[in-house]
Design a protein around this ligand. Structure first.
Ligand SMILES: NC(=O)c1ccc[n+]([C@@H]2O[C@H](COP(=O)([O-])OP(=O)(O)OC[C@H]3O[C@@H](n4cnc5c(N)ncnc54)[C@H](OP(=O)(O)O)[C@@H]3O)[C@@H](O)[C@H]2O)c1
Length: 456
């Protein structure tokens, strides 16, 4: 009896010790749990999603906690998809920048100014910054990364190119350099090109539909003229090479000139038309461009439909990786931002790309690729010979010809003639086209679309 009560007492002691240790453990965990005060600039499509996810319990971790402290907006009384306590909202950026409890700033307001000044000031005050602003990063990436490095702050940019954000860290850390990259980075353009083909509708009709369903802005130029894609390419190259190309130095062409006819001709020749970003390097020479391209049907990026984005990469050791992802949207973008928050909380740092290597951009006129050319030619004997004669004089050889009997109208004597060339130099092709366009047997401007093979 005595022995057993002693045993109980011993057990009691052990239980209390365990209990005490568990309290200590919890206390320690509480003490070690890092809390980050978050200031959000922008509560629109992306900002609304970020706020919603931040307030969602599922993002809570036992090791860290993100507390939304302040949200800067332009209009205090705007109706929003998310309602936040009014004490959180402000129109005064200083209330975020000067709040000592805010150590992390998320910029999802867009535009260049005041976003740039806000990011720089936040970094100089030692605050971590996470941004989705590809337009700003493409213009001022070098400066922003330099400030982040000098001030020892985390800079998260995953959300600036969500098509490739799951690759960004491995690309930035990889010891091997990217040799070739091809990507579809704009969901609006991919949606328009897919719908033109699927519904047999004109560019302008499908663009109108894209605006109605909110896939593009009222002014869609950034998307359809290729600049959004160019911003993402500049940021991606900046992250992987440390070299932020001046935006103006990049060759950028959009999809306005693509007609339904071209989509159907391309299909007949075994291709689909996509707006692509391309980068290729040989040593220190880099080729980087954005334009529509014919891609072989059934392979890699040519298979992507609608707003889907994708990227294919080959590094210098021949390793190939590819990724398909949604190109935009509230939750995909907000998730990329939250992923950056988690990386920051875990103490991971995105490699600072500041001046890692020096690259020289190859002039577009020196680029060599294959071409799809659509001439509007007089339907009479000898015209084809004239066109191919001029192409031949510029060392451009023809791989395939497609001549259609469909005239523009009953009274028109002109028909579309399509030629696919073998590899040729851009400068030669442009000169040859100028000469061909001046022939009396040719009406209007000849359309040129480059042909790419892709990696996969
Ligand atoms: N939308 C996407 O799918 C997507 C995807 C990837 C990256 N991004 C990038 O994310 C950023 C935000 O895009 P979004 O589509 O969310 O834009 P948005 O819907 O237009 O929202 C912008 C937000 O910023 C606020 N804002 C604008 N100027 C401000 C200022 N001077 N001071 C304080 N607040 C200001 C606006 O306030 P009010 O609401 O009061 O007007 C609004 O809440 C852009 O850089 C964009 O390129 C967007």
């Amino acid at each position: 009896m005595r022995g057993s009560s002693e045993a109980f007492r011993f057990l009691d002691k052990e239980i209390s010790l365990c209990y005490f240790l568990s309290i200590l453990e919890r206390k320690k965990a509480r003490m070690e749990k890092k809390t980050f005060g978050v200031g959000l600039f922008g509560l629109g499509t992306v900002g609304g999603g970020v706020a919603e996810l931040l307030l969602n319990e599922n993002w809570k971790s036992k090791d860290y906690e993100f507390v939304l402290k302040k949200v800067a907006v332009r209009h205090l009384n705007k109706r929003r998809s998310i309602s936040l306590p009014s004490r959180l909202l402000t129109t005064n950026p200083r209330e975020v920048l000067e709040d000592p409890e805010i150590d992390t700033v998320i910029e999802v307001m867009g535009g260049i100014s005041p976003a740039k000044e806000i990011i720089i000031e936040a970094l100089r005050k030692g605050k971590n910054v996470i941004t989705a602003n590809k337009a700003l990063l493409a213009r001022s990436g070098s400066l922003i990364f330099k400030e982040a490095t000098e001030n020892n702050c985390y800079l998260g940019v995953r959300a600036s190119n969500i098509a490739s954000y799951r690759l960004i860290e491995s690309l930035a850390y990889s010891p091997s350099k990217i040799e070739e990259l091809i990507g579809i980075f704009n969901g609006t353009c991919n949606y328009i090109l897919t719908e033109m083909e699927r519904r047999g509708e004109s560019f302008s009709n499908v663009l109108k539909k894209a605006q109605e369903i909110g896939y593009t802005e009222k002014d869609p130029s950034d998307d359809i003229d290729g600049y959004d894609t160019a911003h993402k390419l500049v940021v991606l190259l900046g992250l992987t090479s440390g070299h932020f190309l001046p935006l103006e130095s990049l060759f950028v062409e959009g999809i306005r000139k693509i007609t339904l006819q071209d989509i159907l001709f391309a299909k007949e020749l075994g291709y689909r038309i996509k707006l692509v970003a391309i980068a290729r390097r040989k040593g220190e020479e880099l080729e980087a461009r954005v334009h529509p391209a014919l891609l072989p049907i059934g392979r890699g990026l040519a298979r992507l439909d609608g707003i889907e984005n994708g990227i294919e990469i080959r590094d210098e050791t021949g390793v190939e990786v590819g990724l398909q992802a949604p190109g935009a949207g509230r939750y995909p973008t907000a998730t990329a931002i939250l992923e950056d928050l988690v990386c920051m909380a875990e103490g991971r740092k995105l490699v600072s790309p500041y001046q890692r290597e020096h690259l020289t951009l190859k002039k577009m006129e020196e680029v060599e690729t294959r071409y799809y050319l659509r001439f509007n030619a007089l339907d009479q004997a000898g015209v084809l010979a004239k066109i191919s004669g001029i192409l031949g004089s510029y060392n451009i050889s023809i791989k395939a010809v497609l001549q259609k009997g469909e005239r523009e109208s009953e009274r028109s004597e002109f028909v579309p003639v399509i030629m696919l060339t073998h590899k040729a130099r851009e400068k030669d092709v442009q000169n040859a086209i100028r000469k061909i366009n001046s022939l009396s047997v040719i009406k209007g401007e000849t359309l040129l679309i480059r042909v790419e093979e892709g990696i996969f």
